[in-house]
Design a protein around this ligand. Structure first.
Ligand code: ADP
Ligand code: GN1
Ligand code: MG
Length: 376
């Protein structure tokens, strides 16, 4: 199959032995270009993941790769000795010059990972057990990075989860209306404007900065084919200093709805309580030990906020001509925005029950009545 980029030529630049066999586009990410590349190594087919970094989104790929190299090394050291260690975190393959990436003649930056075999990602959740496993894996990821040695990681996208700035960007896109699309998105724009007051709540809550993933979509964790366990957290481009709740919020966004992000039948988009419960239990099983009381108190709210934020981003991109997220049909970003806003409504209608559930799960460590009172 002919691919958009000459992956065969790129492959020669990495420390991989054997014969190049094939390269196929892989995965359903919105930003980078991912390929599954097969090499014949002494008669055995071995797979690798090749990725071309989207430098329109990530303006400093070298700093980004420095982050990823530090993070993967740290995670690798922490799981060394455990069974399956090489599947528990991503392993970079270096370029021939020893760097963790290769820059091709067109200026694109490429990286290569060992392929995690016998595991896969899912675009939509199938069971509360999967939600539990994903959240536990992301919580463990944060926990293992809590002692990442200095210096502070680079901000690969400054203000990535700064919701008030995302709101401002939407207001600008509405005012410019460069593609005359505002008329197509009137109810969504009105919905966004009505919810401005929630945008600054997390930023004003005085929460601790941690090393966080920042893109904890359900399809960014690989689940083991045999055991169903969360085996490896992937997609590390946005690992940087942030709030733990951005990560939990994005789990709620992508794991509680039973359908994909671009579902057009909005009646199917609802916050499923058992999935939320799976997330809370899974996340607290690995992260409960280090989260503060305020972080725990805002777990359910973070789901609503991040869902709103990503809805704002899809809407902004729709109005600005679809330049950021890859689109595969007309109105794709508007469809995505609609699912997000529908989910915001659904979360809002369950918010009290979600808070009570969090309080009761936390209660093994803290008196439940006191926490429920705080959540009201
Ligand atoms: P994007 O930023 O475009 O979402 P990802 O890093 O998430 O890119 O990769 C896209 C898909 O490729 C993932 O959903 C996953 O299915 C697959 N993938 C990524 N890394 C690996 C890996 N090391 N082993 C196996 N599959 C992988
Ligand atoms: C993008 O790369 P991917 O598809 O995992 C985006 C996330 C959004 C997500 C929405 C760097 O993630 O922030 O939440 O799409 N990544 C970047 O599906 O913007
Ligand atoms: Mg991804």
């Amino acid at each position: 199959m002919k691919t958009k980029y000459d992956v065969r030529t790129v492959a020669r630049q990495f420390q991989i032995y054997g014969e190049f066999r094939s390269a196929e586009p892989y995965g359903s990410g919105h930003i980078n270009d991912t390929y599954c590349v097969v090499f014949d190594q002494a008669g055995t087919c071995v797979r690798y993941i090749f990725q071309r970094i989207n430098h329109l989104v990530f303006k400093n790929p070298v700093a980004l790769m420095e982050n990823i190299a530090r993070v993967t090394l740290h995670l690798g050291v922490q799981s060394a000795g455990a069974g399956d260690a090489s599947r528990r975190s991503l392993t970079l393959v270096c370029a021939r010059d020893g760097r963790p990436f290769h820059q091709d003649a067109d200026g694109s930056h490429w990286r290569v990972y060992l392929f995690i075999e016998q595991a896969r990602t899912y675009d939509a959740v199938e069971s509360p057990a999967q939600a539990f496993e994903a959240a536990k894996a992301f919580g463990l990821f944060q926990k293992m990075l809590a002692n990442l040695p200095a210096p502070r990681l680079h901000d690969t996208i400054p203000d990535f989860h700064h919701t008030p700035k995302r709101f401002l960007a939407l207001e600008k896109a509405v005012a410019a209306d460069a593609f005359n699309r505002a008329v197509l998105a009137k109810p969504e724009i009105e919905f966004a404007l009505r919810h401005q007051s929630i945008t600054s709540i997390l930023l004003e809550a005085n929460l601790p900065e941690r090393v966080t993933h920042n893109d904890t979509k359900f399809n960014n964790v690989m689940l083991d084919d045999e055991t169903g366990r969360g085996i490896c957290v992937i997609d590390l481009d946005t690992v940087m200093p942030g709030l733990a709740l951005y990560d939990f919020g994005d789990m709620v966004r992508t794991t509680t709805s039973p359908v994909k992000e671009d579902e057009r039948d909005l009646s199917k988009v609802t916050m499923q309580f058992p999935m939320f419960e799976g997330l809370v239990r899974g996340y607290l099983s690995s992260a409960g030990g280090f989260l503060t009381k305020d972080e725990k108190r805002l777990l359910a709210f973070s789901g609503k906020l991040i869902t709103f934020e990503i809805g704002l981003r899809f809407l902004t991109d729709f109005l600005a001509g679809d330049t950021y997220f890859k689109v595969h049909r007309d109105g794709h970003n508007l469809d995505r925005c609609r699912t997000q806003f529908k989910l915001v409504e659904s979360i809002a209608s369950h918010e009290d029950a979600m808070n009570e559930l969090v309080a009761s799960v936390v209660s093994s460590a803290e008196p439940v009545a006191e926490l429920v009172e705080e959540l009201r």
